[in-house]
Write a protein that binds this ligand. Structure first.
Ligand SMILES: [Zn+2]
Length: 463
């Protein structure tokens, strides 16, 4: 599932009046950088969503009338942000205001620069195969609409400039400025550009790195707001102001919405734990020893213990699948994505969290048949213990029975057991699951005539 890329924009999320201040603040903390849409298969989307800040700004025609007030406020907010974050201001930061049209143009340009049409297609196919988005879901246009709605500002590492949305009042924007200017300070001290050139193929690690960056900026923003309750009031006023819509994000498929928020919500929880342990200096240290997986973000004790992900590989399968099969994607899901993949159908958060915990490592390979457009998703997962693997296996069986409502257990291929399940679906081929010790292999969309045992042996590396 999709990947977050290094663009630091602020989004506005509906400040629900229901939330108590802390919750509201947390929710407001989600006045986010439209940087992410999340790890593994979800992370890929996140990268595409997040890849919004890279391209250098083409000079806009007229100076935006709101720019003057943004520029005037920038140095003051930067100074205070540096004090809170205990990072020196090494350079002034160029800033300004931009219209919705300008921001949308930047979003589209960066999305297309950061993600090829093939990558966007692969994300869309993967999200549909996992049943996380509707069959008619248009990923690219959806992302652009969502981000255009949500962006309230952004910082751009390439040009070291930041811009605020000109349709939101400046008072309500000060916390967003503190968030964005934290990115400017992170960039001056830790070089954020390296996050936009993240090597492909491990979106879960990229999501984790972004959770540090966004969690850090969101924690600083929280401290900034809490210094003066007038700021909280101004922020809530602007979050509920005219033009502040969250219609699109609330209508977004759950996995995409929650993965968009991951770097901010779970990111801030993670960074708060690091802060409790060693204050801002330890958070700065983390830029030298980045969190390596969404598992480390969700379980900071595993970050402190440097429990590294297990490297998992899936061999090339096209040969066994036959003619016209192409591998579209090869990436890492991570604990966060498995939680989303399970809970989309189990709708039992505690159960899904428990089944996704114990994640050791994984790899998925996504294939598409060029002529039939049939899709095969091969996943190989490694768990900390055989018990963790069994728990995940059972949960994924329950998820699969709901994902493929019409599926019937294929007893000819294999008698359903605790370690192997085969289903025949209508129109989506076979679904095959096998657990061997602490590893679970899952194949969804296996063409009818395929030699299932040979395919499983190949994936599990026992052939
Ligand atoms: Zn941000």
């Amino acid at each position: 599932m999709s990947r977050v890329s290094a663009d630091y924009k602020s989004e506005r999320l509906e400040m629900s009046k229901r939330n108590k201040m802390p919750g509201a603040l947390k929710r407001c903390a989600a006045l986010l950088c439209a940087v992410a849409l999340a790890g593994g298969l979800l992370a890929t989307g996140a990268r595409q969503a997040a890849a919004q800040v890279a391209a250098p700004q083409r000079p806009t025609a007229a100076v935006n009338p709101r720019s003057a007030s943004v520029v005037a406020a920038t140095s003051e907010v930067l100074k205070e942000t540096g004090e809170i974050r205990q990072l020196g201001v090494l350079r002034a930061v160029k800033s300004g205001a931009q219209s919705r049209a300008e921001i949308e143009r930047m979003l589209v340009r960066n999305l297309d620069e950061q993600s090829t049409p093939a990558e966007l297609h692969a994300s869309e196919v993967a999200l549909k195969k996992l049943g996380l988005v509707p069959a008619d879901f248009q990923f690219r246009s959806f992302l652009i609409e969502l981000l255009t709605e949500q962006v309230a500002g952004y910082y751009e590492p390439k040009t070291q400039e930041f811009y605020l949305a000109d349709w939101i009042d400046l008072d309500g924007q000060q916390p967003v400025m503190a968030h964005e200017l934290t990115h400017a300070l992170q960039d001056q001290h830790f070089n954020l550009l390296r996050f936009s050139k993240w090597p492909k193929g491990d979106s879960d690690a990229e999501l984790a790195a972004h959770a540090l960056v966004e969690g850090d900026a969101t924690l600083v923003m929280t401290f900034y707001v809490m210094r003066d309750l007038k700021r909280v009031a101004a922020m809530m006023k602007s979050a509920n102001a005219e033009g502040a819509s969250s219609e699109k994000i609330e209508r977004a498929p759950r996995a995409i919405r929650e993965s968009l928020l991951f770097p901010y919500k779970q990111g801030m929880d993670f960074v708060s734990q690091v802060y409790r342990r060693g204050g801002w200096p330890l958070i700065s240290e983390a830029y030298k020893a980045l969190p390596q997986s969404s598992e480390q973000i969700l379980h900071p004790e595993k970050y402190f213990a440097r429990e590294a992900p297990v490297k998992v590989d899936v061999p090339e399968l096209a040969e066994l699948l036959g003619k016209n099969w192409t591998r579209l994607d090869y990436d890492v899901n991570g604990e966060w994505s498995y939680f989303q993949i399970l809970d989309e159908y189990l709708r039992a958060e505690k159960e899904s969290q428990k089944a996704a915990a114990g994640w050791g490592g994984d790899r998925f390979a996504l294939y598409e048949n060029r002529t039939t457009r049939n899709v095969l998703l091969a996943q190989l997962t490694a768990w900390d213990t055989a018990t963790d693997a069994a728990e995940f296996f059972d949960a994924y069986v329950r998820r699969t029975e709901r994902r493929y409502k019409d599926a019937i257990a294929d007893t000819r291929a294999s008698v359903p057991t605790e370690t192997r399940r085969v289903w025949r679906t209508t129109g989506e081929g076979l679904v095959v699951m096998e657990r061997q010790g602490a590893r679970v292999a899952i194949l969804e969309g296996v063409p009818e005539k395929t030699n299932v045992s040979a395919l499983l042996k190949k994936v599990l590396g026992t052939s």
